[in-house]
Design a protein around this ligand. Structure first.
Ligand SMILES: [Zn+2]
Length: 245
């Protein structure tokens, strides 16, 4: 192992050869079912399928396994089952969107997990994440939030999540994260599309667009919302409504 400065705790430590930028559980069934999956752009398909997207010499074992690992553990059980006291509800909002709502979630952990995803992508040198550059200021704010295990406000870098997992071909798709601009706003955002789930982050210290905030993780009532794409919802719904690419 190489000794170097861990990008999360900033201590001189042994650094891991592999730290996942997109955790494996997010496309877990691909590994389990060995089914066909499409990564775009697909540079080295067989290699990616074995290892996922990782970077080397960025995190120490404690930060990767304990700090980020704890967040990943909770979120993976949240998405894929486990003994969590969460009630899942599905309802239709405004006749157009199916929204999955989970209550009693651990707001703090999910929020920090989502921030850790975009933070890892931003600090990574893996070229798959080359478009994700949130800048030194945001990287440092997020680093402190994650290492200090803070409760982060829901209007800091909110993330809207849309699931396309009921669409068979999209369920197997992971795309290169892309930078986007939002309609009526100078803010930058990033779109991740991982195994049929789209994560739209807005980079802002204090979001006040109620439309965006209505569909994001909510700290008041520990509600987690995910838009379920039905057959009427086109893949570019969010593009039409929030983003001007
Ligand atoms: Zn560390």
């Amino acid at each position: 192992m190489d000794i170097g400065k861990c990008k999360l705790c900033l201590k001189e430590k042994e650094l891991l050869k592999q730290s996942h930028i997109i955790p494996k559980f997010m496309y877990k069934e691909i590994y389990e079912n060995n089914s066909m999956v499409y990564f775009e752009p697909s540079t080295d398909y067989s290699k990616i399928i074995q290892t996922g997207y990782f970077d080397k010499n960025i995190l120490c074992k404690d930060c990767d396994g304990s700090v980020i690992g704890k967040l990943e553990d909770y979120v993976s059980r949240f998405f894929y089952g486990g003994r969590l006291d969460i009630s899942l509800k599905k309802f239709v909002k405004k006749g157009k969107l199916d929204v999955i709502c989970a209550e009693n979630v651990d707001y703090k952990k999910i929020k920090l997990f989502l921030l850790s995803l975009i933070w890892r992508a931003s600090i990574s040198n893996n070229k798959f994440f080359s478009e994700v550059k949130i800048g030194a200021t945001y990287e440092e704010i997020m680093r402190k939030f994650i290492i200090e295990n803070e409760v982060v406000s829901d209007n800091f870098c909110p993330c809207v999540i849309i699931s396309y997992r009921e669409h068979e071909h999209l369920k197997k798709m992971t795309r290169q994260p892309a930078q986007v601009k939002f309609n009526f706003s100078s803010k930058t955002g990033y779109v991740f599309f991982i195994a049929g789930v789209k994560y739209i982050f807005k980079i802002t210290k204090k979001e006040n667009d109620s439309i965006f905030l209505n569909f994001t993780l909510n700290s008041d009532n520990n509600r987690f919302l995910m838009i379920q794409a039905n057959e009427k919802l086109r893949e570019d719904f969010i593009t039409d409504n929030f983003i001007n690419i």
